[in-house]
Design a protein around this ligand. Sequence first.
Ligand SMILES: [Zn+2]
Length: 109
Amino acid sequence: MRPLTERETAVLRRTAGGETYRQIARDWGVEEITVRTTGARVLKKLGANTIAHAVHLAWEAGILRRERHGDHAGYNAHKYRGETPCDLCVAGERKYRAEQQRNRRKDAA
Ligand SMILES: [Zn+2]
């Protein structure tokens, strides 16, 4: 398999996180067709028929699995990569912050 470029991996990762090509395009300030073209290249490189198939294959290949999601670290990793955190990480971050606040309150008491 030819390795995915950073941009291709980003499209795949964000698609796996539930974002549409249109949302990704809007966020990056590019035309939707540009993201679609990148998506098509991802399918071709992975030998996938659909984007869902591509996500599955990428997961199996360890392309997506190396990433951490659903907690504070995952949330920060999204921010570091300049992405909108996925729903899982947003929920994890919310939980983390609530915990922090509880701890602060406990310290104050
Ligand atoms: Zn995430």
